[in-house]
Design a protein around this ligand. Structure first.
Ligand code: AP5
Length: 225
């Protein structure tokens, strides 16, 4: 199973990606997380991209394509993967298709999780993340049981540096200019499935999962490689 999750910042790509990964036993690969790990490592690439991500700008295509291609070559990706936050530009989408086609593979489905810009700003402002395991919480919709600590691992919860309202607005505008065309890219090639993301987390998952169950049953497109 090879899936792409699209949607505005805060649409719930990470939240749904974790649930799909858990159910289907394939890795959830978030380019945002890979980039944040690189920044935390303090190496020269991390320093270079830190300034971009904090302003809400995209990291250059070449760098992200290399990061993703390294990650997809790992053994745990043999049975499939979920890409969250990639591709984010049409050149990234083309590069992914080209690299897959060489191995007789493709992206089977791109889920576009749709929310309004207002909802996106609200979710981003109230998101908290675990500093240890990366679990995602929300101050109202999906609260951690303990105060300021992760339910799964007990790590401290923090607010992402790019989750300020000003940066969130910039990220939304970058999305509309550079990532929205990727939705059309998958639509034109018959691989897009849109999901209403302004519902309870579990309801969104049920829709996605319903589609995935059909994909798994349909051997002609669903056979994991
Ligand atoms: P990235 O980390 O990918 O950020 P993003 O795309 O802006 O998406 P988010 O992580 O903000 O949101 P999400 O959709 O995952 O929502 P979540 O599940 O957390 O990228 C960060 C930066 O890295 C980019 O700005 C860019 O600079 C760089 N970058 C990354 N990939 C790149 C690429 N390919 N090319 C170039 N640059 C790249 O949910 C949000 C909140 O809402 C949470 O609090 C959650 O609990 C809550 N929530 C989720 N679902 C629901 C629901 N149904 N109802 C109520 N609340 C919900």
């Amino acid at each position: 199973m090879r899936l792409v999750l699209l949607g505005l910042p805060g649409a719930g790509k990470g939240t749904q990606g974790e649930r799909i990964a858990e159910k289907y036993g394939i890795p959830h690969i978030s380019t945002g997380s890979i980039i944040r790990e690189r920044i935390a490592s303090g190496d020269s690439v991390g320093q270079e991209v830190d300034a971009l991500i904090s302003k809400g700008d995209l990291v250059p295509d070449g760098l992200v394509i290399k990061m993703v291609s390294e990650r997809l070559s790992k053994p745990d990706c043999k049975k499939g993967w979920i890409l969250d936050g990639f591709p984010r530009t049409v050149p990234q989408a083309r590069a992914l298709d080209l690299s897959l086609v060489k191995n007789g593979l493709d992206v089977q489905i791109a889920f576009d999780i749709r929310i309004t810009q207002k909802e996106a700003i609200d979710r981003i402002a109230k998101r908290r993340m675990c500093s240890e395991c990366g679990a995602v919480y929300h101050l109202e919709h999906y609260r951690a049981k303990g105060k300021g600590v992760c339910d799964s691992c007990g790590g401290d919860l923090y607010r992402r540096s790019d989750d300020t309202e000003e940066t969130a607005r910039k990220r939304l505008s970058v999305y509309m200019m550079q990532t929205h065309p990727v939705v059309h890219y998958y639509s034109l090639t018959g691989r897009l499935f849109s999901v209403d993301g302004v519902r309870a987390i579990q309801d969104v998952f049920v829709d996605i999962d319903h589609y995935l169950q059909r994909l798994v049953k349909n051997k002609s497109v669903g056979e994991a490689q």
